[in-house]
Ligand binder design. Sequence first.
Ligand code: HEC
Length: 145
Amino acid sequence: MSKIIPILASVSFILTTLICCQQPKEKVSSRYPNGGSELAWLMRDATDQMEAQRNAILKGQSFQSIFLNADHILTAIPTEEGKTASKDYQQKADQFLKHIAQQKDIPLEGQMNYFNSTVSLCVNCHETQCPGPNVRIKKLYIDKI
Ligand code: HEC
């Protein structure tokens, strides 16, 4: 049993990576022994933080204690060389950073709308830059009651 979990984890990781961006394997495994580029890890952490914010909102709590951190989105090394150099990526990343810089100022009653617009910005960049994860990202949306 204890051996199955790491195997499942690696299989699901490999699948995500393949779906997301094709890339030469040796380069990734030598530079990132734990698998995944700097940008991929930033994105995974961002996804965890978004899930935590979502849970807080659903419980009626403030997400202020769980900040979304994507400070290095413009400079983190991507899996595919040059991926983040395009004008489209840079503009969307910049817009994303400006949006999340407002997190600390959003009062509780505005947090659901704000959170959903954060998700829209994730989706917006992913549509052109890396469509694979959008299935998972769209599940973050909170339905308005
Ligand atoms: C400015 C563009 C941009 C924005 C904004 C963005 N992403 Fe990404 N995302 C990418 C790119 C490019 C990759 C591919 C990274 C790589 O393989 O190095 C990626 C990868 C991912 C992955 C796959 C990571 C892996 O395991 O390989 C997930 C999940 C993800 N993003 C979730 C999110 C979420 C959630 C948000 C919003 C909080 C978000 N992204 C915002 C461009 C963006």
